[in-house]
Design a protein around this ligand. Structure first.
Ligand code: CP3
Length: 342
C-alpha cells in the first residue's frame, strides 16, 4: 500500500523532504493516560503485548495523540529469549526478571532457535492488525534487541548497572558466549524477517547495553553479530541504535545498515564526521530536556536540528521517553521539529 506520510522512508532513501520526520523511542507506552487505561484492563505488560488487538491499539495511540511520523510495534526485545525457551516476568517498578538464566553448556542445551510463526505469532498478528488500523498513514517500525543486549539479559537474569555476570562470561568462557550469541543472532534474523513479512516497513536493532563493553569486546561480541543481521536483512531499511557505543562510531559507518541512531552523549558534529554521510542519522535529544520549560525545550530542540542540518535526519530522543514526562512537553517537541522544516 502507498503510504500517505512516507517522510521517514524518503529520508532514509535520500529523497527530498519538506520537513524532518519525528518519532520517539518508547512512544508507545507509559506517558499516555490512554495507554495506562488499556494497560489496566489486563493483568500487566506481558498480557498486553500478547493480546494483538490491544498491542495494535497502543501502537497506534501515539500516531493519533502525538502526531508522530512513524509507529513502532508495541512489544519488547525480551520476547526472543522467551521464544528460545527462557521466559521472563515483568516486575512492577523493577523491570524484567528471568527465573532461569544461562551459565553453562547444559543451560544452552535447554534452549533452541524458535519457530517464529509458532512462538511469536502474537507479535506478527499485532503487526498485521496495526497495519490495517494505520491504513497507510505512517510507516510501521519493527524491532529486536541486538544479540549482545539479549545475551546480557539471558545471562544476568535481570537489569543491572554492571551486567558483571554477562561480562564475566566473555572472559571465562568465550566459546560458550559465542555459541549463545550465534543462536540469538539466527533467531533474531528469522524474527525480523517475519516482522517484515507481516508488514514492518523499517526495522531497528536496539543495543541498549553496548556502552558497558570495552571496544575490543564490543567488536568481537556485539558488532560482529549486528553486522550479520544487517547483511541478512535486505528487504527494508535497518536502523542500528547502540547506546553508549561512542567508541565504535567509525565502525558504525561501515555497517551494512541504513540509519545510525545516536544517543544524547554523542556530540552531533563529531558523530557525523566519524560515521560519514552515507548513513541517515536518528536522534538524539536528551530525554531529560523534556523536563524543561517550553523555552528551554525550544532551544534544545532547535540546537539539535541545527546541528543535524545538511544531513539525512530522523528526529528522535537519544534514548526512550521517561515514564513521568508530561505528554504536553512531548507534543511540543514534535511540533517544534515540524515547525523547523529541514
Ligand atoms: O518504543 C516503543 O514505544 C515500543 C515498545 C517497546 C517496549 N520496550 C515496551 C515496554 C520497545 C521498543 C522496547 C525495547 C526494550 N525493552 C529495550 C531496548 C530499548 C531501551 O530502552 O534501551 C530494552 C532494554 C527493553 C527491556 C525492558 N522492557 C526493560 C528494561 C523494561 C523495564 C523498564 C522500563 O523501561 O519500563 C521493560 C518494560 C517495558 N517495555 C515497558 C514498555 C511499555 C513498561 C512496562 C509497563 O509497565 O507497562
Amino acid at each position: 500500500m502507498q503510504l500517505k506520510n512516507d517522510l521517514l522512508l524518503r529520508v532514509i532513501r535520500g529523497e527530498k523532504v519538506a520537513r524532518t520526520p519525528v518519532w520517539l523511542m518508547r512512544q508507545a507506552g507509559r506517558i499516555l493516560p490512554e495507554y495506562r487505561a488499556v494497560r489496566n484492563s489486563v493483568s500487566g505488560f506481558i498480557e498486553l503485548a500478547k493480546t494483538p488487538e490491544l498491542a495494535a491499539e497502543v501502537t497506534i495511540q501515539p500516531v493519533d495523540i502525538l502526531g508522530v511520523d512513524a509507529a513502532i510495534i508495541f512489544s519488547d526485545i525480551l520476547v526472543i529469549p522467551e521464544a528460545m525457551g527462557l521466559p521472563y516476568e515483568m516486575v512492577e517498578k523493577r523491570g524484567p526478571w528471568f527465573p532461569h538464566t544461562i551459565s553453562s553448556e547444559s543451560d544452552i542445551k535447554k534452549i533452541h532457535v524458535p519457530d517464529i510463526k509458532d512462538r511469536l505469532s502474537y507479535v506478527l498478528e499485532a503487526i498485521k492488525i496495526t497495519k490495517k488500523g494505520l491504513n497507510g498513514r505512517v510507516p510501521l517500525i519493527g524491532f529486536a534487541g541486538a544479540p549482545w543486549t539479549i545475551f546480557a539479559y539471558m545471562v544476568e537474569g535481570s537489569g543491572s548497572k554492571t551486567f558483571s555476570k554477562a561480562r564475566a562470561m566473555l572472559y571465562q568462557d568465550p566459546v560458550l558466549a559465542h555459541t549463545l550469541l550465534e543462536m540469538i543472532t539466527i533467531s533474531t534474523v528469522k524474527y525480523l524477517k517475519a516482522q517484515i513479512e507481516a508488514g514492518a516497513n523499517v526495522v531497528q536493532v536496539f543495543d541498549s547495553w553496548a556502552g558497558i563493553l570495552p571496544p575490543n569486546h564490543y567488536r568481537e561480541f556485539s558488532l560482529k553479530y549486528i553486522e550479520t543481521i544487517c547483511h541478512a536483512i535486505t528487504e527494508v531499511p535497518v536502523t542500528v541504535f547502540a547506546k553508549g557505543a561512542f567508541f565504535a562510531r567509525r565502525e558504525m559507518g561501515a555497517l551494512a545498515c541504513d540509519v545510525v541512531g545516536l544517543d544524547w552523549n554523542m556530540e552531533i558534529a563529531e558523530s557525523i564526521e566519524l560515521i560519514g554521510q552515507k548513513k541517515a542519522f536518528q536522534g538524539n535529544l536528551d530525554p531529560a530536556a523534556l523536563y524543561g520549560t517550553e523555552e528551554s525545550i525550544k532551544q534544545a530542540t532547535f540546537r539539535m536540528m541545527d546541528a543535524f542540518s545538511g544531513t539525512r535526519h530522523i528526529a528522535n530522543l537519544g534514548h526512550g521517553l521517561y515514564p513521568d514526562i508530561d505528554p504536553g512537553k512531548v507534543k511540543l517537541f514534535i511540533e517544534l521539529v515540524k515547525q523547523y522544516g529541514v
